[in-house]
Design a protein around this ligand. Structure first.
Ligand code: ZN
Ligand code: ZN
Length: 409
């Protein structure tokens, strides 16, 4: 049995070498909560080992963020320090790589007025749009990984002591990211190949529509006419292959903005900006959510849908078999990075330009003509289950089974 340090080291190495694929003389930016400092130091060392010329850390703290949301005057929530947004954009322009450590605390903001949270997140998303576009268009390499904070591990393992929770969550992370394998890099190469085979198969089919059917779900999603399926990794403009999410199990593409009809039921709780939304059903007409009901978090769901015009339309559809390592772990992670890789999902809000042919060099107008949805949000939520069937429909309406009982046919 190897030591914890051994696996942590491999995890950091996987993030820097495989996920972000840091190049010589590149600047690496790490965006992280302060509670992950020990891991950040390890990542920093690995980044320099990989040839980085500088490592810039953008520290954040959830509790300070929550205090601001509770106590700062409302007018302040409408302001964003532009030097911060501009600084990130400048580094992106100069080809930096961006690593985000994602460790959400889904209970943190449950006492904060959702209206104030909505104002603040809209302000931040608007101010940071220029920077975010570098990532959305894969112009720079970027990566999201997780780290088991005390708060997050308490959510996943409420019955264990704090020390046990964190250890247990680390064990899961090492397993689900294949860090526990003898040779994680080789394991990832094999995994990328499996996902790429599915991607190629779907791209050769050029389906017009997908039909999702399960308990509470009967949904038709029309795909964008030039849609292309994407899996695992992407190439930046200058040809660096990177994997933006570790773990990743999905194959995903772009729905046509106005082509979704029917009803869909969520199958896992959604942690959205410090609040939980659960047991929700959405009804779509010509792409737009016209009805939304939630057993938990109705007000937060409404705020999310009212963020802007595009928040009521889909920006992504992703296929993940029910028989996947994350779903087989039998746990709910309350963390989209893990939960979205356990289940078929769709996302409300912004589409990814790289999920249509030629999308990254299209103007916003051209993108819109090709079914692209623009929004300040991109929120994935889970719809997959053990009883889900999915059909692919060709242009002439003929059907092919893609999923039966939650898994690839
Ligand atoms: Zn996805
Ligand atoms: Zn997504």
């Amino acid at each position: 049995m190897e030591t914890f340090e051994h696996y942590l080291d491999k995890y950091a190495e996987l993030a820097i070498r495989v996920g972000l694929n840091v190049q010589k003389d590149q600047t690496v930016v790490i965006m992280t909560p302060i509670s992950c400092a020990d891991f950040v130091r390890k990542l920093t060392k690995k980044a320099y080992d990989a040839g980085a010329k500088d490592v810039v850390i953008d520290w954040d703290d959830d509790e300070v963020k929550a205090l601001r949301l509770k106590h700062a005057p409302e007018s302040t929530l409408r302001e964003y320090p532009m030097w911060r947004a501009n600084g990130l954009e400048e580094m992106a322009e100069n080809g930096a790589a961006f690593l985000q450590i994602y460790a959400p605390n889904s209970d943190l903001l449950k006492d904060v007025d959702p209206e104030r949270v909505a104002i603040s997140s809209k302000t931040a998303a608007t101010a940071r749009e220029g920077f975010l576009n570098y990532m959305r268009n894969n112009k720079v390499s970027w990566l999201m990984v997780s780290y088991p904070t005390a708060e997050w591990s308490a959510k996943v393992f409420p019955d264990l002591s704090e020390a046990e929770r964190i250890q247990k969550l680390w064990e899961q992370i090492f397993k689900l990211t294949r860090v526990d394998k003898e040779d994680p890099v080789a394991a990832w190469n094999q995994h990328i190949k499996t996902l790429t085979d599915k991607q190629n198969l779907l791209n050769s089919k050029k389906y017009k529509q997908l039909h999702f059917k399960a308990e509470g779900t009967d949904l038709y999603i029309e795909l964008a006419p030039k849609h292309q399926w994407v899996a695992a990794g992407s190439e930046t403009e200058n040809g660096t292959f990177f994997i933006p999410n570790i773990p990743t199990e999905e194959v995903f593409t772009m729905p046509a903005k106005t082509g979704t009809n029917g009803t869909v039921r969520s199958t896992l709780p959604l942690s959205y900006q410090g609040s939980l939304i659960d047991g929700f059903t959405l009804t779509f007409e010509n792409g737009k959510v016209v009805k939304a009901t939630a057993e938990v978090g109705q007000e937060v769901l409404n705020k999310m849908l009212d963020m802007d015009e595009g928040a009521r339309y889909l920006g992504e559809v992703a296929l993940v078999p029910f028989d996947s390592p994350i779903s087989n772990s039998g746990l709910i992670y309350y963390n989209t990075l893990f939960d979205e890789n356990a289940s078929c999902h769709i996302a409300l809000g912004n589409s990814y330009p790289f999920t249509i042919e030629g999308g990254t060099s299209m103007s916003l107008e051209e993108l819109a003509q090709n079914g692209f949805n623009k929004s300040l949000i991109h929120v994935d939520f889970m719809i997959g289950s053990a009883d889900m069937d999915i059909d692919g429909l060709a242009e002439d309406g003929t059907r092919e089974p893609l999923f039966r009982k939650g898994n690839w046919v």
